[in-house]
Ligand binder design. Structure first.
Ligand code: FES
Length: 200
């Protein structure tokens, strides 16, 4: 068999099956939305180590460098100097690292920063004064280590349930733990917000 016949024969790889397979892949790729394509590109880069991402934190656009293993909590505390969210539990079971991601409460300690690309993060430093003032008025903290997580959790819960009952508040905050045992006062603070306390 000549060299040219080898190139054009079945073993060259240019088979009808391969051509159709390639065409299907092209069609699928062109069907992706820009958002999907960007998400895929981000995933493809994950294995390459550190990369820059942009996100909005407390209303301000921020650019940070992250590795695939970097948590949102590490970015907030070590790169952006926002130390309100606390590194209490690596599995998020304490609730002390609660922040809002696109308005929803998440544990920053278990959220990979790379997944926050282009998203909006609100930490306790970016929460308005209503809930913090209610905590102060109700004496809802002792050591205060859990307090930022509780404040963000109360804020998220009451934004979604502004007329929540005390029982609903207790249930809604069951993802946050206070080793000092200030639960009663935390609940009092949240109830006072429902009743209009903490304003001003
Ligand atoms: S006030 Fe100390 S852990 Fe809650």
């Amino acid at each position: 068999m000549t060299e040219s016949s080898q190139r054009s024969g079945p073993r060259s790889g240019f088979t009808r099956r391969a051509f159709l397979k390639g065409s299907s892949a092209v069609a699928a790729a062109t069907a992706l939305t820009t958002e999907q394509a960007e998400a895929q590109a981000a995933q493809a880069k994950i294995a390459k180590g550190e990369q820059s991402i942009r996100l909005t934190v407390n209303g301000k656009p921020r650019a940070v460098k992250v590795e695939p293993r970097t948590t949102l909590l590490e970015v907030l505390r070590q790169q952006l100097d926002l130390t309100g969210a606390k590194p209490v539990s690596t599995d998020g079971s304490s609730g002390a690292s609660t922040v809002l991601l696109n308005g929803k409460p998440v544990m920053a300690s278990t959220t990979l920063a790379i997944t926050c690309r282009g998203k909006s993060v609100t930490t306790v430093e970016g929460v308005d004064n209503t809930v913090p003032k209610a905590f102060v008025a109700a004496d809802a903290q002792q050591c205060g280590f859990c307090t930022p997580g509780f404040v963000v959790a109360v804020k998220a819960f009451l934004d979604k349930n502004p007329n929540a009952s005390e029982a609903q508040i207790r249930s809604g905050l069951n993802g946050n733990i206070c080793r000092c045992g200030t639960y009663a006062n935390v609940i009092d603070a949240a109830v006072s917000v429902v009743k209009g306390g903490g304003n001003g």
